[in-house]
Design a protein around this ligand. Structure first.
Ligand SMILES: O=C(O)CCC(=O)C(=O)O
Length: 266
């Protein structure tokens, strides 16, 4: 199962990512690899998730997906996937940095009937010093339009408004309206099997509901510059993130805890 050999990124694709703060790449992972790692990721997501309420009794956030974090700590198979040199090298090339580490991974499983993922930027949650962060969003099956594919506002990574809004009805309403004010269009479309998207921590994005009868199983890996430093937490959520994903890291210093292995180069 080859998940480590290099993927050819063109200079145009790297320039596109610099401009847009997001990109979708086809044929990144094979059907065999997705079936192999995907089975373990989905198994663990179901086993470890703690959501017990029916969809109609949950908040907007909790209707969006079952969310299970740092699966790599529970399974050697998932560790192998998260440490994929192919994905890590793409992340470093897109960020235009020599190396990347893991911030954390997470499975985002949109159940049949699951709701929208409200508009947001991920870095609101992270106590990190620079914008050199990127999420690989890896669907474990194809994602047609009715399953809630992830969509982006290309070019929104420089927008300041909305950076203080967590995922909520309020973020959906205010950020979507602000994107329209900036003339930034929402770009959404299906994902083929093997297609993977990458978005910066400050690029605004959202997803529609899962109107299909099948779950939308997605694994994400969040990478940061290997030289990323910790900054003081701006809010309780960032303090929690720091303690969960970078335990023992010190403000002002490079985040190099046991939970933040270098993924590329290796
Ligand atoms: O999977 C989704 O619906 C949302 C994904 C997302 O917000 C992210 O990976 O940053």
């Amino acid at each position: 199962m080859d998940i480590h050999s290099p993927y050819s990124l063109t200079p145009e694709q790297i320039a596109q990512f610099r401009r847009d703060g997001c990109i979708k790449l086809k044929h990144v992972l094979s059907a065999d690899a997705l079936a192999h790692y995907g089975a373990e990721i989905t198994r663990l997501t179901i086993a470890l998730n703690t959501q017990s309420k029916p969809l109609e009794e949950r908040s907007t956030y909790d209707r969006a997906f079952l969310q299970v974090m740092n699966l790599w700590e529970h399974s050697a198979v998932v560790t192998e996937f998260v440490m994929s040199r192919r994905l890590g090298r793409i992340a470093a090339q897109l960020l235009e940095v020599p190396g990347v580490r893991l911030y954390h991974d997470q499975s985002l499983y949109k159940e049949p009937g699951g709701g929208i993922t409200p508009a947001h930027a991920d870095q609101y949650y992270w106590p990190l010093a620079s914008d050199r962060t990127v999420t690989a969003w890896v669907p474990l099956q194809a994602v047609p339009a009715d399953m809630g594919p992830l969509g982006f506002y290309p070019g929104s990574q420089g927008v300041q408004f909305g950076r203080d809004l967590g995922i909520s009805d309020e973020s959906e309403e205010k950020i979507s309206a602000d994107m329209a004010r900036h003339g930034l269009a929402f770009d959404v479309g299906p994902f083929d099997l093997g297609e993977v998207s990458f978005h910066l921590g400050w690029t605004f994005h959202k997803a529609g509901p899962n109107l299909s009868k099948r779950p939308r199983s997605v694994m994400t890996v969040i990478y940061m510059d290997a030289q990323m430093r910790l900054v003081p937490a701006l809010n309780a959520i960032q303090a929690n993130d720091r303690d969960q994903w970078c335990p023992g890291a010190r403000e002002g210093e490079v985040i190099a805890t046991r939970k933040n292995p270098v993924i590329w180069p290796r």
